[in-house]
Design a protein around this ligand. Structure first.
Ligand code: NAD
Length: 369
């Protein structure tokens, strides 16, 4: 069995605490003969700055390029608030995304029935929700030029950001969405603002043409981004895969995330292009949450987002779909049993620690394997 090469970058704050639980799951899968992993370790964020004076070292970037998947914990914290801008902890994350050309951000929003009451919406609206937001991550208004503030000389200034998308950028993110939909409920909702933005007109045209040319077996609908925001909180279960640009995706994925309750539950993936020679793609998997300095070191962080991110690596980088399903079932079973970390306590009488939650998920995995 060929070993999958993982680079583990636990980072700062609760990053190392939740990464340790993810490693236990990887260790169990190896022991059970499901897959072999070759795990390298590196530093990112504040800890990398303290060690190397950089948010990620060249040596660790090299390991990231060589890995089949990067597992990223979280970075940042008040200790590094005053470090120079270009070596601040988040610069490590941005460099990884940029240098690995991770253009597709996948953010599933899944609401486990046991946690439906933690949502701000009614149980019937979110229970069993399972949607996937595909956000374009390397283009659009966050990167377009010109991007500046100019002094108009009359006491006024002008701030400029530029929304730019080329055909190939829309096509490649579209392909990710259509391919995902084929393995799910076979529906894609593409979202932009074609009523007021030229980039939206092009986005709509390119998605429509791509659909007609390569994916006519998948249902495609278009929704204006403002209307989509409304529909997401009105009846989110109407969606399967939502594909949208960097800016709208940033906001809509946060809205979708909060439908499901806690930040500690949410995994994500960032994928690059498929290499035609190897059939592999660069990929990084990380929980949506940050380093949570308020609870770091207390051993109470919820490891489910990190373990779920590892599940996404199994599914999207290694093709280990059954093992990924098994992780989701184990998490679901643990939640059904009433076990809760503090962030998802709800009405529970008591809470468990990070390691107790990790061990409980392992226990369920052992039963399922
Ligand atoms: P955060 O996600 O770290 O925390 C927000 C709140 O959610 C906190 O109350 C925290 O305790 C809680 N929380 C988050 N993850 C949790 C978990 N797994 N279990 C239990 N509770 C959890 O966001 P923040 O407080 O805005 O930022 C803290 C630091 O993290 C900042 O330095 C910020 O820049 C950084 N950050 C990093 C990333 C990343 O590494 N990808 C993302 C967001 C924020």
């Amino acid at each position: 069995m060929a070993a999958h090469k993982l680079l583990l970058l636990p980072g700062d704050g609760i990053g190392p605490e939740v990464a340790a639980e993810m490693e236990k799951v990887a260790g169990f899968l190896a022991q059970a003969g499901v897959a072999q992993f070759e795990i390298e370790r590196g530093l990112v964020g504040g800890i990398a700055y303290d060690t190397h004076g950089q948010a990620i070292s060249e040596a660790d970037m090299k390991l990231a390029h060589e890995a089949d998947a990067v597992m990223f914990g979280a970075v940042g914290g008040p200790k590094w608030d005053a470090v120079p801008y270009d070596v601040r902890p988040e610069a490590g994350l941005l460099r990884l995304r940029k240098d690995l050309a991770l253009f597709a951000n996948l953010r599933p929003a899944i609401c486990y029935p046991a946690l439906a009451d933690a949502s701000s919406l009614k149980r019937e609206i979110v229970e069993d929700l399972d949607i996937m937001i595909v956000r374009e991550l390397t283009g659009g208004v966050y990167f377009g030029e010109p991007k500046q503030i100019i002094d108009l000389g009359n006491g006024q200034k002008r701030g400029i950001d530029t929304q730019v998308y080329d055909t190939y950028e829309i096509e490649r993110i579209g392909r990710v969405a259509f391919e995902l939909a084929r393995k799910r409920k076979n529906k894609v909702t593409s979202s932009e603002k074609r009523n007021v933005m030229k980039s939206g007109v092009l986005w709509n045209e390119v998605m429509t043409a791509l659909h007609k040319r390569e994916y006519s077996d998948v249902a495609l609908e278009h929704q204006l981004a403002d209307s989509l925001g409304m529909q997401l909180v009105r009846w989110p279960k109407q969606f399967d895969v939502i594909v949208t640009d960097n800016l709208f995706g940033d906001m809509l994925s946060d809205v979708a995330a909060m439908l499901t309750g806690s930040l500690g539950m949410l995994p994500s993936a960032a994928l690059g292009e498929v290499n035609p020679k190897t059939g592999k793609r660069k990929a990084m998997y990380e929980p949506v949450h940050g380093s949570a300095p308020d609870i770091a070191g207390k051993g109470i962080a919820n490891p489910i987002a990190m373990i779920g991110s590892f599940g996404m690596a199994l599914r999207y980088s290694f093709g280990l779909v059954e093992a990924a399903d098994m992780i989701e079932k184990a998490v679901s079973a643990v939640l059904d049993s009433g076990l809760r970390t503090a962030d998802i306590k709800g009405q529970a009488a008591s809470t468990v620690s990070t390691t107790e939650m990790g061990d409980a998920i392992l226990g369920e995995l052992k039963k399922l394997a």
